[in-house]
Structure formats: C-alpha cells, structure tokens
Design a protein around this ligand. Sequence first.
Ligand code: GDP
Length: 199
Amino acid sequence: RMKKVALEGAARRAADAPAADGVAEVALIGRSNVGKSSLLNLVTFGAGAAVVSAKPGTTCSMNHYSVDGRWRLVDLPGYGYAEAEPGEIEAWDAFTKEYFATRENLAGVLLLIDASVPPTANDEKYANWLIENETPFTIVFTKCDRDKPKGPSVEDNKAAFRAKLEERWHRLPSMISTSSVTTQGRDEVLKFISSLIVY
Ligand code: GDP
C-alpha cells in the first residue's frame, strides 16, 4: 500500500525529467478524460489525491510522483485533447514516444483505455508503439461500470479493442478491467505494478 505520493517535478521535455538515478518508474498514459486521475486515486487509496488533482503546469507536462521515496509514478500528457493547438498533438506524440524508447529506468506502463466508448485510433497507436518497443505494459480498461442504455456495451468496446490488436499481433498484453466507482480491478493493477517494482 502506498503511503506517500509526492510531486517531484513537471517536465515539458524528456530532457527535463528528474535524473533516472536507477529509480524504477511506472508510467500512465491515456487520452484526456480517460479517468487517469480517478485511477491514480484508486490505486493509491487517495494518498496521491491532493497532488494529482492540483495538476501543475499545463496538460502538456509529464509529472513525476515519488512513491514512498522508493519508486515513481509518471503521469504522461493525455493524448487526443480536443482543444489542442495545431502542432501540439504531434509534439506530445514525439515527447511520449521518446520517453518510451529512451528512459532507461522505465519499468513499465499502464495504458488506460476508456471502456465506455469504442476505442480510438490513438488508443491503438499507443498500444502498437508499446508492443513494438517491447515495453512491459498492461491495458487498463477504465469506466467498466458505465454501460450506456444505447450503443455498444463495455464488453463490446473491450472486444473491439482486443480484435484490433489481434489483427497485428500474436501475443497480446494483459488487460485489466477497472472502475473507480466500484473499485473493480484495483488489486490486479497493484499486482501488475508490484511485478515491475523490486523493493
Ligand atoms: P483524467 O482527465 O484522465 O484525469 O480523468 P478523470 O479521472 O478526471 O475522469 C474524467 C471523468 O470520467 C470524470 O467525470 C470522472 O468522474 C469520470 N470517471 C473516471 N473514472 C470513472 C469510472 O471508473 N466510472 C465512471 N462511471 N466514471 C468515471
């Protein structure tokens, strides 16, 4: 159980991130509004609530949180932000891609996908990057409690995403269904994180 989650820094370029220093990092990525803050609060049992809700800098910063002074959670900029300036989306993409490819202490990634809506092209693109880079990661489906009265169900959306990946890959990443409302999936996410972090 995480006790203290403290903001260590906000970086707008990969070069401005805190020194790697052999401190293992677990990064979270997903489109804006995917439920990232809610998931962080869920898995930290609220220990990170204050720091997470008071997001420093702009939506385009990468925020490093020290967890109990032992490892880091890294909140990467959300992709596909509707009001992004021209050129900004490409800049975020490049920033994130560089981080995935070069950060030597990156232990793994949680790729958050909103299961209450059909998966987006960006969701697929990020999953493909992580697989291509051989970065350890898991898909975390968010909002799994949210079945809408009309349209595709949570199960339909999850199956559609899986089918997209199956078109390209034989081996798929693990997939965890979560809800910050019902707390579904919390233990599985924590188990995945602890499989990456050696104390
Ligand atoms: P962020 O922008 O990715 O940090 O997303 P937030 O955590 O702020 O959540 C965006 C919106 O989705 C908010 O209105 C949340 O209340 C809602 N939300 C987040 N997680 C869940 C969930 O598990 N279930 C439901 N029903 N809504 C959620």
